[in-house]
Write a protein that binds this ligand. Sequence first.
Ligand SMILES: [Fe+2]
Length: 167
Amino acid sequence: MSYSLDAFAKDLKQVLAQGQGPAQLEESRKLVEKALKDPGFVDANLGDDAEGERNIVYEDPDLGFCILTHVYEGAKTGHPHDHGPAWAIYGQAFGETTMTEYDIVEPPQGDKPGKVKPRESYTMVPGDARVYQVGDVHCPARDSATRLIRIEGMNMNGVKRTPLVPA
Ligand SMILES: [Fe+2]
């Protein structure tokens, strides 16, 4: 039987109920990889019928974490960003994402955006999952269509993010 969204959410909840530090996020990342490696799971949640750039497919009523699916068309390079007060786990289901991580060289002050410098870049291929701790600055880019699953520590709708620009 394939891994279901329900079972995935339950497994994540069991891990994240113990805390949301590096150890639990690493365990959660492994669950994302498990989901990505299950063709039935990928088909049901990010298969041919999937659409929409940002879908919240599960929001935990107790812990607040969210499971999102993303169907992206065409090439696009994002902007360096963090996820405000939330951690995030990115999981690649289809296509390739070039992810760049940044160091903050000048923190934001008031309305003045913070300055960031690239530290490392890597390519995420189907089956890969990465953790971004609270405050980790990153920027995804793609050459063509991609499909991703992401977990966020909280529903980020309406949450203000730190303004950042390249140094
Ligand atoms: Fe992000």
